[in-house]
Design a protein around this ligand. Structure first.
Ligand SMILES: Nc1ncnc2c1ncn2[C@@H]1O[C@H](COP(=O)(O)OP(=O)(O)OP(=O)(O)O)[C@@H](O)[C@H]1O
Length: 254
């Protein structure tokens, strides 16, 4: 029996006359790394916004861990355990990395230092921040101003901040965007470790096909708001409708 964490049931979102997401149904299992890909304007970010409560669905249902969360506020959905990272860097540039993590912990109101990194001496939470910094590779720069960090480090900090809300499901919007090749490899490793070591279920939207194909268990392809295909990476790479609509015959997966 599979253990479904997130269920999308005929989710549709319209903006005036435009249907950005048109009847998407899928189940995402606990501990899965699930990718959503598709051409620009396919509705990927809109689907994230509906799951995270930034917009209510026009119709259809979003069910998280057995509870219908459709139309709930983004704050409430975050407190239920759905976290989010953004394509662009969203850290406070003038604060240190440590202050950014601490602020994220306070804002989340779900803060519990005993989760993820159990510690008998959790104290004021500084220890969990230290461990989070270790986990994301930011330990050496924890007391540096966030604005002085490399773009890749700032994206890692954004992931660390999302983790402070201790999500069970993490929505990652283009985690590889703007990263160099070596940073993309580190991002792929981190995504696997989020699942393997912290038990977080991941849904990611991404245009970087090598990353998608190397980390995802299953991939949903959207085209003009509509599901075009769903399958594992080998199935998606070989799907002629996906090649025609998105990947192209010469797509380089290396
Ligand atoms: N707030 C909004 N108001 C009006 N239209 C919107 C809004 N958000 C998205 N759209 C439209 O919905 C459609 C889907 O956009 P969306 O950003 O979800 O696509 P996407 O697959 O994430 O694209 P990309 O890969 O370029 O990020 C587009 O036509 C877009 O212009």
């Amino acid at each position: 029996m599979t253990d479904v964490l997130l269920k999308l049931h005929d989710v549709t979102r319209r903006f005036g006359g435009l249907t950005a997401v048109a009847g998407v149904s899928t189940d995402i299992n606990k501990s899965e790394i699930f990718g959503i890909i598709g051409p620009n304007g396919a509705g990927k970010t809109t689907l994230f916004n509906v799951i995270a409560g930034y917009f209510p669905p026009s119709s259809g249902k979003v069910v998280f861990d057995g509870t219908d969360i459709s139309g709930q506020s983004s704050d409430r959905i975050a407190r239920r355990g759905i976290g989010r990272t953004f394509q662009a860097v969203t850290v406070f540039q003038d604060h240190t990395a440590r202050e950014n993590l601490r602020r994220a912990a306070m804002v989340s109101r779900r803060y519990n230092p005993l989760v993820y990194f159990s510690s008998r001496n959790a104290g004021d939470g500084s220890e969990v921040i230290q461990k989070m910094a270790q986990f994301t590779g930011l330990e050496p720069v924890l007391d540096n101003r966030a604005g002085s960090l490399s773009y890749g480090q700032q994206k890692m900090l954004g992931i660390g901040m999302a983790l402070m809300g201790r999500p069970r499901l993490l929505l990652m919007d283009e985690p590889a965007a703007g990263l160099h090749t070596s940073e993309k490899k580190e991002a792929a490793q981190l995504i696997r470790r989020l699942r393997d070591e912290l038990g977080i279920t991941i849904v990611l939207v991404e245009h970087d096909m090598p990353l998608v194909m190397s980390v995802c268990d299953r991939i949903l392809v959207l085209n003009r708001g509509t599901p075009l295909a769903l399958g594992n990476p080998a199935q998606i790479k070989a799907d002629q409708t996906v090649i025609d609509a998105y990947l192209g015959e010469e797509y380089d997966f290396a």
